[in-house]
Design a binder for this molecule. Sequence first.
Ligand SMILES: Cc1cc2nc3c(=O)[nH]c(=O)nc-3n(C[C@H](O)[C@H](O)[C@H](O)COP(=O)(O)OP(=O)(O)OC[C@H]3O[C@@H](n4cnc5c(N)ncnc54)[C@H](O)[C@@H]3O)c2cc1C
Length: 387
Amino acid sequence: MQQYDYIIAGAGASGLSLASKMLHSPLSEKKILVVDQSLTPSNDKTWCFWDADNPPFKDLIYRKWKKAEVSIFGNRSIERLTNYTYYCLRSGDFRNNILSNLKDHPNFDLLETPIKELSFNGSSPTLHTDTNSFEADYIFQSCFNPWDNAEDQPRHPLLQHFLGWEISASKPVFDDSFFTLMDFDQTFKDGIAFIYLLSWSKTSALIEYTIFSDSLLNKKQYEEKVSLYLSNRFNLKPIDYSIERKEFGKIPMEDRPHKPWYKPGIFNLGMVGGVTKPSTGYTFKRIQKQTDAVVGDLLSKGELQPQPPSKKRFKAYDLWLLQIIDQHPKDALQIFNHLFKNNSLDDIFRFLAEESSIQDDLKIMSSVPYIPFLRAIWKTRSRLREL
Ligand SMILES: Cc1cc2nc3c(=O)[nH]c(=O)nc-3n(C[C@H](O)[C@H](O)[C@H](O)COP(=O)(O)OP(=O)(O)OC[C@H]3O[C@@H](n4cnc5c(N)ncnc54)[C@H](O)[C@@H]3O)c2cc1C
């Protein structure tokens, strides 16, 4: 059995964020193993987030915008962000850069193989592959869902699901000075649906049809929406563009309490660590907060003292919105309408980043219809106690 100080099981956004932070800290003196079923980077995901002045991995940023567009009920507006900038990283660039730094370091071992199981043998957490087992003081895992064996089920089993095309157009139709955060599709009745568009240049963009609902569509249905949008909005027919890449994703909008530990000594990182913001699916920035805290704890105390990813009041707002999207999607659309009409995007981003004060929250809450929230508060009262 091989021994390590730490094992990072899963080399995606969270595993590699942690590995990179360990590499650039005194923890690089430890012996660390990074395991993933694939260590070949590809640009299959686009990770975006907003930040005031100090974005993580700033040398790897692919694009950034200071203006954002929102369109709902025929009101299209483009707004300048004052405090925040919206940043975008490509997963292939991120993985490529971090994996090559790790390869060059003598204390990091990389292993490309499927992980079969993570166990605790009474004294140490252990990672098992088909042929080997590895022990460590801590395993940080982003591979296995910690709720798999639980009887507890989500009350509002919503997903954020999307399919998008990265296209190259034969004519300059995109305005790359802004990105489209949400262009709502009022024809969609089973949840909330909108187009999300990242303009890379005047002739290329990523256009995603995104849905908050409890069931996936078949891939053709998302693609028809993207194709229709390109035709209606930009007068782009299929002959006018080529599809360079497709991006599909489904992100659980989780209403279950977060579980810091998978098993003793095995810490849940990233999406399976419950850091995804339930009401938006944004995860990347929250992974940075979680991995900063892990490194901080290991350096200062030598052990982990996990903190919940959100304060109770933000968990409550998320839960209420999930209940409304799940049970009353028409009301949810009205809430988004009032939210964007009555608040600046900076204020909304501050609120969604959970950087707002209670006064800021009250201002936002009083700007949207309150009856759906009163109903949601009543309906979610037992779940709220568990969070
Ligand atoms: C297409 C897409 C786009 C997204 N865009 C955004 C965005 O713009 N902004 C944002 O904030 N969030 C976004 N997210 C949400 C979130 O940030 C990402 O899902 C992010 O990748 C989560 O990081 P993670 O480390 O938890 O999981 P992952 O990045 O998925 O990493 C998990 C790793 O574990 C490995 N693995 C899994 N099982 C095994 C096994 N049995 N053996 C070995 N290896 C295994 C996988 O190969 C993978 O590399 C997006 C999600 C998707 C799917």
